[in-house]
Design a protein around this ligand. Structure first.
Ligand SMILES: Cc1ncc(COP(=O)(O)O)c(C=O)c1O
Length: 506
């Protein structure tokens, strides 16, 4: 808090579903009130508000919403937004100038609903605000949070693929396909379903905290000892446990971008420093990474194949890379899509684990095994690493159902084979279709394809949503003209391509 007031700007944005006066007024009213409440601003402290609207909103002035919020005398100004890449349709933006004692970093910019995608770095706080508003119509109390760890301000909250139920609520659609989170379109392993059904009667019993049966079966399949396995509530949790075990402020973590967001999350969570390099040919640039290692580098993540691009690094590149990495650096290979890989020169990273190097390999039951909802992932590590990581593990982090489902799915070779076949044929078909639309894609070793629309992908993403098809806009990965789509069943792929053609006016 400053001891004297200064003038500062609070930014905000909100979208509306329809171009009507009522929708625009209500949305602007909600935005104005939320910006005031979140920043504890009184009416007399507002010098003015400048609103802009996208050109598809001409049915009313957002200023009417601010008047409705009680700003009867405040100067207000409305204008049209200049179209820029990455802008959202039907969007109202606001710049509120206020007199305040708050410091710059204390100002809370408010991006509500769909507009949250304009500022993913602010998504958590706006999400909370929305929830707060929905739960209580009264203004937020003017209570400050207790002091908190500043490092968490670096965390960009995870943006998950839009859930089917959310799109149902928003657009009233019933026939929806989700190709946004790289789940198995064939569903869970049928063996896992049967095993889970048979196990429901024992939900009153705590799970085996050591995952004995799953551990034994998986260790045998992988040719490692059970002690080398670290189970997590999804491989997400294994990533977090690695951070909790090894990272301290002052340490550096090295990754390439764009990639899976959990590496940045755990780095910031632990107050370590994230260093990023660009991808090379859409895959991790191991050569540049080896050159960027310095005495503070503690951990290196290699997402292979990489999410969101689907590209991979070869055995030869990994061999050369590991030969150059100092012993005190932990190299983590995230192989979430391992079972989908078809490339002959994909690296056998477990061989490095078996020889006791500081290498951890991450895999998951969320993808080909079709158990994303159960949350089971694992790391394979040399014993000297696994022993340390086990210290930070929660006692019952893998629930009983998850252990039973994962064990059954592990042994369901038919389901794995069918999933691979469906993925491979879907991949070839989608390649052909994208090529015939003149769209460039990254050849993939996963169950998703990243391709370049050469235009604002957020707009196409929205049009696909309108047709009940949930994909992933590249904007969240810093690639605003790209789209990522999960390879689905034959029917889903056809529906996706038809919807894409309409979205592109082809
Ligand atoms: C590269 C990568 N690693 C890890 C995960 C997380 O998987 P889990 O569901 O096991 O937490 C994902 C999920 O999308 C992923 O893409």
């Amino acid at each position: 808090m400053l001891s004297f007031p200064v003038t500062r700007g609070i930014r905000g944005a909100i979208t509306v579903d329809v171009n009507t006066e009522a929708a625009i007024t209500n949305a602007a009213c909600r935005l104005t009130k939320t910006m005031m409440a979140a920043n504890q601003v009184d009416i007399e402290e507002i010098a003015c508000i400048i609103f802009s609207v996208t050109q598809d909103l001409d049915a009313g002035f957002p200023a009417a919403g601010a008047r409705l919020a009680g700003l009867t005398e405040t100067p207000l100004f409305c204008t049209n937004e200049v179209p820029v890449p990455g802008s959202l349709p039907r969007c109202i933006r606001a710049l509120m100038l206020v007199s305040t004692n708050s410091t710059l970093s204390e100002m809370r910019h408010i991006y509500l609903g769909e507009a949250a995608s304009l500022r993913p770095d602010l998504a958590a706080s706006t999400g909370l605000l929305e929830l707060d508003e929905a739960l209580s119509p009264t203004p937020m109390p003017s209570v400050q949070a207790p002091t908190y760890r500043q490092t968490i301000l670096n965390i960009v909250p995870y943006q998950a693929g839009k859930p089917i139920s959310e799109l149902q609520r928003e657009q009233g659609l019933t026939d929806i396909i989700k190709l946004a989170s790289n789940e198995n379109p064939l569903g869970p392993s049928p063996k896992a379903i049967t095993a889970l059904e048979d196990s429901l009667g024992s939900l009153n019993i705590y799970p085996d905290g050591n995952c004995f049966e799953l551990r034994e079966a998986l260790a045998q399949r992988l040719g490692v000892s059970g002690m080398q396995l670290i189970f997590g509530n999804g491989s997400d949790e294994v990533i977090k446990m690695l951070g909790l075990t090894f990272l301290e402020p002052g340490d550096e973590v090295l990754i390439c971008e764009p990639t899976f967001s959990e590496y940045a999350y755990v780095t910031h969570l632990m107050g370590a420093k994230l260093r990023t390099l660009p991808l090379a040919s859409h895959a991790f640039d191991l050569e540049a990474m080896s050159l960027a290692i310095n005495p503070r580098t503690k951990m290196v993540f290699v997402c292979n194949p990489n999410n969101p691009t689907g590209a991979y690094v070869s055995q030869e590149k990994v061999n050369a890379f590991l030969a150059k990495i100092p012993d005190n650096v932990l190299v983590v290979f995230d192989e979430a899509y391992y079972e989908y890989v078809t490339a002959k020169d994909y690296p056998d990273t477990l061989s490095y684990v078996r020889t006791g190097q500081n290498v951890v390999v991450l895999r998951t039951f969320s993808k080909i095994y079709g158990l994303a909802g159960l949350r089971v992932g694992y790391g394979v590590a040399p014993k000297h690493i696994a022993r340390l990581v086990h210290r930070v593990r929660e006692p019952f982090n893998i629930n009983g159902a998850a252990q039973i489902g994962a064990l059954a799915a592990l042994e369901d070779d038919d389901h794995i084979r069918r999933s691979q076949e469906v993925n491979n044929s879907g991949k070839s078909w989608l390649y052909q279709e994208l090529s015939s639309l003149g769209l460039k894609y990254v050849p993939t070793e996963t169950n998703f394809i990243f391709f370049n629309l050469e235009q604002d992908s957020q707009a196409v993403y929205q049009k696909l949503l309108g047709e009940g098809v949930i994909a992933r806009s590249g904007a969240i990965f810093g690639c605003p003209t790209w789209l990522r789509v999960t390879i689905g069943t034959k029917e889903q792929n056809h529906r996706f391509i038809q919807a894409l053609k309409r979205a592109l006016d082809r």
